[in-house]
Design a protein around this ligand. Structure first.
Ligand code: SF4
Ligand code: SF4
Length: 368
């Protein structure tokens, strides 16, 4: 295997705390408590190490990154060491003063999530009253501050019918980009699959909406579109391939190849408390385990797409088959393909209740 390239981007998950409780949250089921979070000094060192390693962009994320009072200090340091800074936020904790502090620290871009285009549904999905109203105000503040805005819209069977309205909302808010991402089924989303998975008819309508809007809004609004693996014939190149382009750091300081990887058993993901980012990126067993193509089973190993999709997603392979080293069932060549067929039957069943994400305790339920 040739030597790995340096990573391009770092997803800094500052905290799993979040005022929202989205049932498709990409955070793990076992959420970290605030007391486990790494401190400011460690994050500052890690940001310096990331820049030295070759990382170009840092995405401050969570949970909700604004729960950290040191966010502006981290943005300032990231800017000083030459990293492009992006804030991925639910927005509900952002106000004019906090935004001004972040802009002064060098923040360059904001990605703001919207749960739906319709307030009552958006608040129900978020599990927080008046969150939609707050987000509308925050989007206006971001544009007023002169920052580029991306609307993050996670779509599923309970909001897909309003995709045209979501795209219109992004336009009205002055966003330059909307990321329309179908739910991917790990962690909380897997626990909520029946409530979230769309039918193939819903998916086809949504894809037609995106194609029409892309043509109509060319040069005005960029529309990124992530389709659900469950209806794909070939998997996506998850994170651009394991350990090829991305680093993820969890609130407690674990370094992961993707945000869902902590769900994989048998891994001892290294911590920034014990080693440098360079040591972890190049030398750790966890990053090298699924890097490249040598680990692949057949038919991936002799497939002409092996360096295009890198065998798909290890977390999805584990979630569906119980073995992270199997072919991703999103691939039509997978011997486990029938697992997706069974899952797709969920989409035809009644939606069921949401299991809202929350730290500790039994999950709360809400009527659908
Ligand atoms: S998906 Fe929802 S609950 Fe999860 S971090 Fe984002 S806003 Fe918070
Ligand atoms: S067989 Fe493996 S490498 Fe080939 S398309 Fe399927 S997942 Fe990708």
């Amino acid at each position: 295997m040739s030597a790995p390239q340096p990573p391009l981007a770092l997803l800094a998950e500052l905290s799993h705390r979040c005022p929202l409780r989205c049932p498709y949250c990409s955070n793990p089921l076992e959420l970290e408590r605030g007391s486990a979070e790494i401190d400011t000094a460690t994050w500052l060192r890690v940001l310096s190490e990331a820049a030295k390693l070759g990382v170009l962009q840092v995405h401050f994320s969570g949970g909700e990154p604004l729960v950290r009072r040191d966010l502006a200090e981290l943005v300032r340091h990231a800017t000083a060491v030459g990293l492009y800074t992006n804030l991925i936020t639910s927005g509900v904790l952002l106000d004019r003063a906090r935004l001004a502090e972040l802009v002064a620290a060098g923040l360059e871009h904001v990605q703001l999530s919207f749960q739906d285009a319709e307030a009552a549904s958006a608040d129900r999905i978020a599990g927080l009253e008046r969150s939609h109203e707050k987000k509308l105000a925050v989007a206006a503040l971001v544009r007023e501050a002169g920052l580029p805005l991306t609307v993050n819209a996670v779509v599923h069977r309970q909001n897909l019918e309003r995709l045209p309205e979501l795209i219109a909302l992004a336009l009205k808010l002055g966003a330059g980009r909307i990321e329309v991402a179908h739910v991917q089924y790990y962690g909380w989303a897997l626990a909520n699959r029946r409530a979230l998975l769309p039918t193939i008819e819903q998916l086809e309508r949504a894809t037609a909406v995106v194609e029409e809007a892309r043509t109509r809004l060319k040069g005005v609004l960029t529309i990124d579109y992530v389709v659900p693996d469950y209806y794909a014939r070939r998997p996506k190149a998850c994170m651009g391939g394991w350990g090829r382009q991305f680093l993820n750091i969890s609130p407690a300081g674990k370094v992961l190849p993707c945000h869902a990887a902590e769900s994989l058993p048998g891994f001892d993901f290294p911590s920034v408390k014990e080693a440098s980012l360079a040591e972890i990126w190049y030398g750790s067993e966890a990053f090298n385990r699924f890097r490249g193509t040598a680990w692949m089973p057949e038919p991936c190993r002799s497939c002409e797409r092996r360096e295009i999709d890198w065998g798909g997603c290890r977390c999805q392979a584990f979630a569906l088959t119980g073995d992270a080293a199997r072919v991703d069932p999103a691939c039509a060549f997978s011997p486990d393909r029938e697992l997706l067929t069974a899952a797709r039957e969920d989409a035809a069943a009644p939606a069921g209740d949401f299991v809202y994400r929350q730290i500790g305790g039994a999950p709360a339920r809400a009527a659908s």
